[in-house]
Design a protein around this ligand. Structure first.
Ligand code: SF4
Ligand code: SF4
Length: 372
């Protein structure tokens, strides 16, 4: 039994395994822990780079500065037994806030296949191996959260996270409705407190085209090609690494190969991709994902980060509902884009592919707390 509370309810029913054809995790440039640095300096000195963000650290270099980790050969780690701590944690993300929450990266397509070890079992093993590190990080992050809550209360923008989650649970089926999402985004743009009961469909007097523009903007800004290294990668059913690079003209689809080279595959002007309607099965897959987002501490932590970043002018409820609404419309636009390039339907399968594309990016969003 760990010495602290562990939240891992979102892992229930999922499994953990790896496929040697994938290698998606090895595009993430793992940071080296201080105690790992001597080994890598000694045996892989030419494979290291110094990074200054979010803090100074050593990391493994990427092929041609933008491909996979230089130690990946034929999609296999060439020093697997000594791979860094961060590589050992994938496809799990350990979010340390007021408690430890273990989240499964749904960009790992093997997790959807149902084989391997139950995800909760594997996560429990990793928790046990990292107890000291987690406990130390918890001590620091709890004091950050106490300060955050005190700041919110002083500014009159605090809401109990569990109550916000309960509201989303109670309105979960509305999150497939574009009018509800549009109205939610209108209210979230205001800095006043509101409840989801107030998102009244009858008063949804916004233009659906506006929502489509917002969806396009959210998705395109997350695929901004001015920083190709940080671009989300979609690992396709054939294990190809697909990048979609946005520019003012539209979106270019490229394949990243094992040597770190980019091959052009297609182009679409932004107007060619419109929000496509989901089938009933696609809607159910979307709502299952929204339920997972709603239970993740990293999503709540992202809303907290936004409140802090904007100087406690927004209410936590606005920030939280806004984060979920933006996540849904970003996901829907990406699903429509994948449909355009790959011919997927907007059904369960198509939504699943969009989540595989989106989730790694979602888990990468800034948060109050730490990922260990
Ligand atoms: S994303 Fe999943 S299958 Fe792919 S390398 Fe990572 S753990 Fe393995
Ligand atoms: S060290 Fe190995 S496991 Fe880690 S990113 Fe590099 S190739 Fe992948």
């Amino acid at each position: 039994m760990p010495r602290f509370d562990v939240e891992m309810s979102t892992l229930r029913g999922w499994s953990s395994d790896c496929d040697e054809r994938c290698g998606l995790c090895c595009l993430c440039q793992p940071e080296l822990l201080p105690e790992e640095a001597p080994y890598f300096r000694r045996y892989h000195s030419k494979s290291l780079v110094r990074k200054s963000r979010p803090h100074k650290h050593l990391a493994l270099a990427l092929k041609k500065g933008r491909g996979s980790c230089v130690l990946l050969q034929d999609r296999r780690c060439s020093d697997y037994g000594n791979r860094p701590h961060f590589c050992r944690m994938f496809p799990f993300h350990f979010h340390v806030g007021e408690r430890l929450s273990v989240e499964l990266d749904l960009s790992c397509r093997v997790a959807w296949e149902g084989g391997g070890v139950p995800a909760e079992e594997e996560a429990a093993r990793l928790v046990e191996k990292n107890e000291d590190r987690i406990e130390e990080t918890l001590r620091l992050s709890r004091s950050v959260y106490q300060e955050f809550r005190a700041n919110c209360e002083a500014a009159g923008v605090w809401a109990e996270p569990e109550e916000l989650r309960e509201q989303v649970r109670g309105h979960i089926r509305s999150f497939k409705d574009l009018r509800f999402l549009g109205q939610l985004m209108l209210l979230a743009n205001d800095d006043l407190d509101f409840s989801l009961d107030e998102v009244d469909l009858r008063q949804a007097d916004f233009d659906l085209e506006e929502l489509e523009d917002a969806a396009r903007e959210a998705a395109l800004s997350s695929m901004d090609s001015s920083d190709p290294v940080g671009l989300p990668v979609y690992c396709g059913p054939d294990w190809s690494w697909n990048l979609y690079m946005s520019s003012p003209e539209g979106v270019e689809w490229k394949i990243l190969d094992d040597d770190g080279d980019l091959q052009h595959r297609g182009f679409a002007s932004a107007e060619q991709v419109g929000l496509l309607p989901l089938t009933p099965e696609g809607e159910e897959e979307l709502l299952r994902y929204v339920s997972i987002l709603n239970e993740r501490d990293s999503i709540m932590g992202n809303a907290c980060h936004l409140v802090d970043m904007y100087g406690y002018a927004d209410h936590l409820s606005n920030a939280y509902f806004g984060v979920i609404a933006v996540a849904v419309i970003d996901l829907l636009w990406r699903a429509s884009m994948l449909s355009h390039f790959h011919g997927y339907e907007m059904d369960r399968e198509g939504m699943r592919e969009a989540i595989i594309f989106y989730d790694m990016d979602r888990l990468d969003a800034p948060t109050i707390g730490a990922f260990i």
